[in-house]
Design a protein around this ligand. Structure first.
Ligand SMILES: [Zn+2]
Length: 660
């Protein structure tokens, strides 16, 4: 069948477009040459703002040049760690297609929020600080300019985000950047990278796709798969003493954070931070799978050990020490520092093993607990809530789980009961009585959102906030919180999937002395009964085949999972406080030392409080909704919140520990 005249015309247009794309302007520069000549680093994204030179981070030269049009490479995969400039490469690629070789560009981030961050914190500062770009955007090209659409003569930068297919589909593009792919999930139309790539189809020869990310879980990580289907380049550097070329590996780092050195794999030569820059300048990329994949894909793997921009080997070693033995932290370190995918994953927790964590607390809160938060889940006939304690070395544990019966929409009494319990302070083993630092209440259930908003708005000064779970893989535990609706209620987005990854990997720790261990109280009154544990361990990580490949998600294995949701929100609330735990621990110790002798451990009133804790169990064997525990403890006094606050702020302060 002959093409209709308009189709024929479009095809002709396309040939012309393709041809134009390949015609070089008088000054022919590669992307690395462009960056060397015009590239600027902005204060927002660099510790050393000013003119950029590729030689300061020589490993960037080849990946930049593989993005130069007409060199036969269509896809560049950067599986990189943090602090080695992977976003900078995406920015120079963008700038090159604005100034040197104008083209329509699509820049994709995992979410709309992250797209906004890249525009405001990286793209706009780059335009501001690079005179050649500033002029072009000032020339007011045709087309509407907004945050997500920035036209310039000959093209435009469009922003897209992976969870919205409509942001990924529309006009053809020649340059595509898919940034932070490790955090993309599937959207309702399938695979976001496939959707975005379709827009490159028109430009058969000149198209370029830059894929950038730290890796994630091996089984489902798209950047890991993309790298495996490439020519797999790694950066080899020569030993300054014996000349042997090798890749930098974390296992060769030795010593302490104060006295750190690198052991050459060939001859055991001891190398220091001072040797690093010279080694990297003399290094080269070597393909370990030459000609692999489709032959048009260059893959680059690079760890933060190569950082020449302010992340030293000693700092890497110190960061490793902080997460040693804590599976979820170690995973982040492996992904973002070593740029390697993580092999194991928490697929769930064993109910029987977790139940064995139950232990007798001496007081309401054991000595390791430093700050306390509440996570609450609102159902149609009840509110479920858990008080959690958090301490040093990532220790945490339940203080008390409670169920408040009643319809939260129609029966305000249920909120009153919840409030009374929420305000009860926690009697700590040291003899101190400590308040709750922050409370998160789930507002994600559409039927009860309004009831939650009106409650949290009313109690905002007591650091009570509405939250909403996001199942997006790799989403941060909490965002900064946003004011929404007519009443400007604060709503915090919680990375539920991330929180479950953390909780389930920690629930597997069985040695009480190991960092990350989760404690549970054995007292009947604390509410951690068989049903509680069944709910807490109710989800499993389920991996499914979808049209975009394998994807994994936490899924309920039984009807009820409120205990787990409460744990997720309490953990998020703790993260939201950004509590300086070490400092707070020190202050807590000082305050405990100032207590009158009768309130200190072993003192008369302390013993009374201890008795009260035990009696509550005898008198009230089931978790009822009116606990008189806090009023039974002698040192308890109502904590009044300061009515006059100088400045309304979303994040809670820590006046409670500095004050009284
Ligand atoms: Zn050597």
């Amino acid at each position: 069948m002959l093409p209709s005249s308009s189709e024929g015309l479009a095809a002709f247009d396309q040939v012309l477009l393709d041809a134009c794309a390949l015609v070089r302007p008088p000054e022919h520069l590669t992307v690395a040459e462009w960056a060397d000549k015009y590239g600027m680093l902005s204060a927002e994204g660099s510790a050393e703002p000013g003119k950029f030179y590729v030689s300061t981070a020589e490993y960037q030269r080849t990946p930049l040049d593989s993005l130069t049009p007409g060199n036969g490479i269509q896809t560049s995969v950067l599986m990189w760690g943090s602090q080695i400039g992977k976003t900078q490469i995406a920015l120079f690629f963008t700038a090159f297609h604005v100034h040197h070789d104008p083209a329509p560009i699509l820049f994709v981030e995992p979410t709309e929020d992250l797209a906004k961050v890249i525009v405001n914190d990286r793209i706009k500062p780059m335009i501001r600080d690079t005179p050649q770009l500033r002029e072009l955007f000032a020339s007011r090209a045709k087309g509407k300019t907004d945050t997500f659409h920035m036209p310039f003569p000959g093209g435009q930068i469009s922003m897209g985000w992976a969870n919205s297919p409509s942001q990924l589909a529309s006009r053809p593009i020649r340059a595509l950047i898919t940034d932070e792919e490790g955090r993309y999930g599937q959207n309702i139309e399938g695979d976001p990278v496939d959707q975005a790539r379709k827009r490159l189809a028109t430009f058969k020869t000149a198209r370029k796709h830059l894929r950038v990310s730290s890796p994630a879980l091996r089984r489902t990580c798209r950047i890991t798969k993309a790298f495996e289907q490439s020519d797999q380049r790694r950066y080899y550097v020569p030993c300054p003493q014996c000349g042997h070329f090798q890749t930098l590996r974390f296992s060769q780092l030795r010593g302490t954070a104060e006295d750190c050195y690198y052991v050459c794999e060939a001859a055991g030569c001891c190398l220091t931070e001072d040797d690093k820059h010279g080694m990297i300048r003399a290094g080269e990329w070597r393909a370990e799978n030459p000609g692999g994949g489709d032959g048009k894909t260059a893959g680059y793997q690079l760890s933060a050990l190569y950082s020449t921009i302010g992340y030293t080997w000693a700092e890497i070693l110190a960061d490793y020490r902080k997460c040693e033995g804590i599976p979820d932290k170690l995973q982040v370190f492996t992904n973002t520092v070593l740029a390697e995918p993580w092999d194991e994953e928490a697929e769930g927790a064993d109910l029987n093993a977790v139940q064995k964590h139950a232990e007798e607390y001496v007081a309401q809160a054991p000595s390791w607990a430093i700050i306390f938060t509440i996570g609450a889940d609102v159902q149609k006939d009840r509110i479920e809530a858990t008080k959690w304690g958090f301490g040093l070395n990532e220790q945490s544990g339940v203080i008390e789980h409670r169920v408040f019966h009643g319809d939260p929409v129609k029966q305000p009494e249920v909120w009153d009961e919840f409030t009374a319990w929420r305000r009860q302070q926690v009697w700590h083993e040291s003899g101190l009585v400590l308040p709750i630092a922050c409370t998160f209440i789930d507002s994600g259930d559409g039927n009860r959102t309004e009831a939650v908003y009106s409650y949290t708005k009313k109690h905002e000064r007591e650091r009570v906030y509405a939250c909403k779970g996001s199942s997006l893989k790799g989403a941060p535990l909490v965002n900064q919180g946003k004011r929404v609706g007519r009443r400007k209620t604060i709503v915090v987005s919680v990375g539920s999937s991330t929180a479950k990854d953390i909780l389930y990997s920690r629930l597997q720790i069985e040695d009480r002395t190991r960092p990350g261990y989760i404690h549970f109280p054995a007292h009947a009154h604390a509410g951690c009964d068989a049903d509680y544990f069944a709910q807490l361990t109710s989800e499993k990580l389920v991996t499914r085949q979808t049209k975009g490949g394998e994807t994994s998600k936490w899924e309920k294995q039984q009807r009820r999972n409120e205990a787990l949701d409460c744990a997720v929100y309490a953990l998020a609330a703790k993260e939201f406080t950004r509590a300086p735990l070490r400092e707070l621990a020190r202050k807590l110790e000082l305050k405990a030392a100032q207590l009158p002798p009768e309130d200190r451990p072993g003192g008369e009133r302390w013993k009374m409080a201890r008795l009260a804790v035990q009696l509550v169990d005898v008198l009230k064997p089931s978790a009822s909704s009116d606990s008189s525990l806090a009023s039974a403890s002698p040192a308890s006094r109502p904590q009044t919140m300061s009515k006059k606050r100088k400045k309304r702020r979303v994040r809670p302060g820590f006046s409670w520990i500095h004050g009284n």
